[in-house]
Design a protein around this ligand. Structure first.
Ligand code: GRF
Length: 228
């Protein structure tokens, strides 16, 4: 699996911790970033994972697409996970990896998503709306921001005296558990070609069995049948 990240990379770290020290059928083998100073690059190098910068700003989209596809091909990548990647993935890359490229978003899509909805802005908008619930969403990636089919969601209650930073921290805690689990289900489904079944298992577990305020890793794995 390749991970695309622009920022600190705590979700990347969760994926490395979950997959690169265990035999779970999927491993992070390549990290790509659009920013030289991304903390995610340091985390990748510390874990001895190939890491490269593909600059997007001010470059023709065709170049970016070609470089990205070349990196993915030479790394023999089957699956792509976006983890705090702030750029639109070039359509040629989405086309090549359709159904095998996913993202995590720190709110319950389709609310509070789309262009410009990233980082603290998401949590500020949730609080400003008066919503009593936010959460994390794992979804397929298509040619638009935060638009592809939803794979998994986990709600996080909004507290009466919540702050954007407090809500962000509680959502992030859930992201670190939900993202690896959803990816493991997807990876198994891609191998077994049971995508619909896997999607239903994720949906059932995430919507019907909701340990609040946040699931433990053990609870989520149990609910998804990943311990079988
Ligand atoms: C996460 O909140 C994720 O949902 C969003 O960007 C943030 C990335 O955080 N897409 P990190 O770099 O993984 O810590």
């Amino acid at each position: 699996m390749a991970v695309f990240a622009s920022g600190g990379g705590s979700n990347l770290q969760a994926l490395i911790d979950q997959f690169n020290h265990a035999q779970r059928g999927v491993r992070v083998t390549l990290v790509l970033s659009d920013r030289e100073d991304a903390g995610a690059l340091r985390r990748a190098r510390a874990a001895q994972i190939d890491a490269s910068v593909i600059t997007v700003a001010g470059r023709p989209p065709d170049y970016v697409a070609r470089e990205t596809l070349a990196a993915l091909e030479s790394g023999d990548v089957d699956l792509i996970a976006l983890a705090g990647y702030l750029r639109l993935v070039p359509p040629a890359v989405v086309g090549r990896y359709r159904g095998r490229i996913v993202n995590i978003h720190p709110a319950l899509l389709p609310a509070f998503g789309g262009k410009g909805m990233y980082g603290m802005r998401v949590h500020e908008a949730v609080l400003a709306s008066g919503s009593t619930v936010s959460g994390a969403t794992v979804h397929h990636v298509d040619e638009q921001y935060d638009d592809g089919r939803i794979i998994a969601q986990w709600p996080v209650p909004v507290l009466t005296d919540d702050t954007p930073a407090g809500l962000a921290a509680r959502v992030l805690e859930v992201e670190h558990i939900l993202y690896p689990a959803a990816i493991e289900i997807l990876a198994r489904a891609l191998v077994n070609e049971e995508t619909a079944v896997a999607r239903d298992r994720v949906a059932a577990a995430c919507f019907l069995k909701v340990p609040q305020p946040a699931p433990t890793e053990a609870e989520l794995r149990e609910a998804l049948g990943l311990n079988d």
